[in-house]
Design a protein around this ligand. Structure first.
Ligand code: ZN
Length: 330
């Protein structure tokens, strides 16, 4: 069984002039409802994350800043009237999805939540993100003794997630992303620290890197490490701004490649929870989500979408082998 998490209240966090606006999610849901597989999806209602769990990931100061903010937390990151409650609902939605998968009630879930989360660090909301939904959910699993892989395919480095688990070996963070680009982190040598050394894997890719380059990074580095780590659950930070048309991006992925990512991760672990992050071309966003959901349902769909003149990633693969080869068999 595959489910989606959705609630109309996710559209209450909104600024119609901002790229991360409620219309994104409205469009995704409208498109999913038109898909032939929609009737096979279970629908889960999100519940607000508890303050106790939130405070295992974020500082009390940070939580109260979100609670009391009006307008903008920084020049990129807005709050609207209900944002504190909606951000807790988003984090709780991913937590609930992970718990349902852990209990075996669902095989996989796509959590269609907003605001996104992967830039939110332990103590700072930033980059359109209020609370780190994927991190809070991973923490909920880790405290039950589960190993968690967080795989991040957003065009931006998930600096918040990487930061929160930088010294942990029970949560493996893997990200490919455009570099140099916002937020400026995610170099190959950021591999984690202390007992978490080797448990952060960053592939910073040049502008124009496409499917073949990302495929090589996954096949030669990320998937071998993932198999050796042997996660109980995979959380995908699902950002679709890595598509070749995204105005905030610069990687050259196609819509169908998101399905390929999910099918390769399914070979590592069937228990997958996708958590929506970025993606600002609405048409691509909804197709990308649909392709991933269809792959989770084991009924892949395909979209007409081509890109020319993409770059490879051989240099990054070699640098990752050199850097991580003493931690993992590569
Ligand atoms: Zn992004």
């Amino acid at each position: 069984m595959t489910a989606i998490v959705y609630h109309d209240d996710f559209t209450l966090h909104d600024n119609p002039y901002h790229p991360e606006r409620a219309e994104r999610l409205v469009s995704v849901m409208e498109y999913l409802r038109s898909m032939p597989f929609f009737d096979r999806l279970a629908q889960m209602q999100p519940e607000m994350v508890s303050e106790d769990l939130l405070l295992e990931v974020h500082t009390p100061d940070m939580v109260s800043r979100v609670k009391n903010a009006q307008g903008w937390l920084d020049p990129d990151t807005y709050v609207s009237r209900d944002s504190y409650r909606i951000a807790r609902l988003a984090a709780g939605g991913v937590v609930g999805a992970c718990q349902a998968v852990l209990r075996g009630e669902q095989d996989s879930v796509f959590a269609l939540v907003r605001p996104p989360g992967h830039h939110a660090t332990r103590d700072t909301s930033m980059g359109f993100c209020l609370f780190n939904n994927a991190a809070v959910a991973a923490q909920s699993l880790a405290k039950q003794g589960q190993r968690v892989l967080i795989f991040d395919h957003d065009v931006h480095h998930g600096n918040g997630t990487a930061d929160i688990f930088y010294e942990r070996r029970d949560i493996l963070y893997q990200s490919f992303h455009l570099y140099p680009h916002f937020p400026g982190t995610g170099l190959v040598d950021e591999i984690g620290a202390g007992e978490g050394a080797g448990y952060t894997v960053n592939a910073p890719l040049s502008r124009g890197t496409g499917n073949a380059g990302v495929r090589q990074v996954m096949e030669e580095v990320m998937l071998p490490i993932a198999r050796q780590f042997d996660p109980h659950v995979v959380i995908v930070s699902a950002g679709f701004d890595s598509h070749h048309t995204d105005t905030l991006g610069g990687l050259y992925l196609t819509v169908d490649f998101y399905g390929e990512i999910i099918s390769r991760l399914l070979e590592v672990q069937e228990k997958i929870v996708c958590s929506l992050e970025g993606g600002y071309n609405t048409d691509v966003l909804r197709k990308g989500v649909a392709v991933e959901v269809a792959t989770l349902l084991h009924t892949p769909v395909s979209c007409e979408d081509r890109v020319e003149d993409e770059r490879g990633a051989g240099d990054v693969v070699q640098a990752l082998r050199d850097t991580l080869g003493s931690y993992w068999s590569l």
